[in-house]
Design a protein around this ligand. Structure first.
Ligand SMILES: *Cc1c(COP(=O)(O)O)cnc(C)c1O
Length: 440
């Protein structure tokens, strides 16, 4: 067993298979042995500021005293009980809290264990909705180019079709309709809307649901788009009887400055998926929220209309308790502005800081800058400009891991100004000093 400060030596170096990497080229900085606040420590003693909050989920930092305390208390009470035929107060309370906090009309919560599975649940729910209503033709999805919804088959099907993640299994994926979000390949809002209208007009009889990451696409390209688009999606879904699913796995629970990204558009979807931030990085969990309309199509005396899905770990009591504590922390951070808009103070402060530091900043190689809530993205004109960046940043004490041409930071909401400055300086110095040296 690895203990703090000591490397664990292995006889079979590949017993552990890592994600998204050619294993023959795997390069690790060492083992992470502990973490505290926004910093984690390696077995060689190095301390790294986590600029991407462990894939965007550790929103309150590591080792949070209040969450730890709640988790320890819960372990001594009840860690897990199956949800088939049983319930417990923490899953009930979490469902009620999520219903209270989420956009109007989302009144029912189905728990699962990861973002991808939460998306599968949403896709299955929307297909069975139509099936239960006796409509056998509405079987297709509409989704956005550049999207990312997870790594399982259904979730992959509705993600960017040109992504390298999909090339080995084309025949197994559903074939949805893809439309361009505004801004994608310079598509104007008008053109994006007219493409969307065209698809709805022509194919509505076959359409089960529209699915997207609202306002900000994550892994697919950190693309930020006009909230007005979502208002029109809502109108079209109503007009043509198509369900509207929002994947808020990345954006939900504060990341964009509002509790939910759809709050920027003032709309309610029929189905919404939450995951990454839900348990603040402590345990895997997702919540798929559904409207009363969707829920009611499953209601009745007919057992075949029931929702036949049930992950072993759904509603895990420990995860629920942690999520409840995380929501307490988020709610403490809520504020209402003059227009009555609900925002997160810490995230809005971080957004202002990113604006001050980056909105007027330019450097050789920087193609564009995008800032939304607790996210800042620097897109480069050539992916080679970021070669060697992660290693160099690590040597400066910052954990930043670009995805393709996107150098981005998504810190914990409570990161100190000092740590944020380190991150911003690391990004700027790379472009202003290090890169010119390397390219000379
Ligand atoms: C990360 C992510 C998922 C997948 O979640 P996992 O927990 O990794 O399965 C789905 N949708 C979006 C928008 C994500 O960012």
């Amino acid at each position: 067993m690895p203990i703090k400060g000591q490397a664990y030596s292995q006889s079979n170096p590949n017993s552990l298979w890592y994600p998204y990497v050619q294993m023959s080229q795997l390069e690790l900085p060492g083992q992470v042995v502990s973490a505290e606040g926004c910093t984690f420590e390696l077995d060689n003693g190095a301390q790294l500021i986590d600029a991407i909050s462990s894939w965007w989920c550790v929103i309150h930092g590591y080792n949070h005293p209040e969450i730890n305390e709640a988790a320890k208390e819960q372990i001594d009470t009840l860690s897990h009980i199956m949800m088939g035929g049983l319930s417990h107060p923490w899953s009930q309370e979490l469902a009620d809290r999520l219903v209270d906090l989420s956009p109007e009309g989302l009144n029912h919560v189905f728990f699962a264990d990861s973002g991808s599975v939460g998306v599968e649940v949403a896709l299955k729910m929307s297909l069975q909705y139509w099936h239960n209503l006796g409509n056998t033709s509405k079987r297709k999805f509409v989704c956005l180019r550049n999207g990312y919804h997870g790594d399982t088959f259904g979730a992959m099907s509705v993600g960017e079709p040109d992504d390298a993640m999909q090339i080995a299994f084309p025949e197994l994926l559903m074939e949805p309709f893809f439309v361009k979000p505004p801004g994608f390949e310079e598509t104007s809002l008008e053109d994006a809307l007219s493409e969307l209208r065209q698809i709805f007009r022509t194919h509505h009889q076959d359409l089960a649901a529209f699915i997207c990451e609202p306002i900000m696409q994550g892994y697919g390209g950190f693309h930020v788009y006009d909230p007005h688009y979502l208002k029109v999606v809502r109108e079209l879904c109503d007009e043509y009887e198509v369900l509207f699913i929002v994947d808020e796995v990345a954006t939900g629970l504060g990341r964009t400055g509002r509790l939910f990204a759809v709050d920027h558009a003032g709309i309610s979807p029929d189905i919404m998926i939450l995951s990454k931030a839900l348990t603040a990085g402590y345990l895997g969990m997702s919540a798929t929220l559904a409207s009363t309309k969707v829920f009611e199509s499953f209601w009745g005396k007919d057992p075949s209309k029931a929702f036949m899905h049930g992950p072993t770990f759904m509603g895990n009591a420990l995860a629920c308790r942690i999520a409840l504590k995380s929501l307490d922390l988020l709610e403490r951070d809520l504020q209402w502005d003059d227009q009555g808009v609900r925002t997160l103070k810490s995230v809005m402060d971080m957004e202002s800081y990113f604006q001050e530091e980056l909105s007027d900043w330019t450097a050789q190689g920087v193609a564009s800058i995008r800032i939304l809530g607790a996210t800042a993205v620097v897109e480069v004109d050539d992916v080679n400009r970021l070669e060697g960046f992660a290693l160099w940043a690590r040597e400066r004490g910052v954990w930043l891991r670009p995805i393709g041409p996107f150098l981005y930071t998504m810190p914990a909401f409570n990161m100190s100004r000092h740590d944020l400055e380190q991150i911003i300086q690391t990004i700027k110095i790379w472009f202003e000093v290090e890169l010119p040296k390397r390219e000379a």
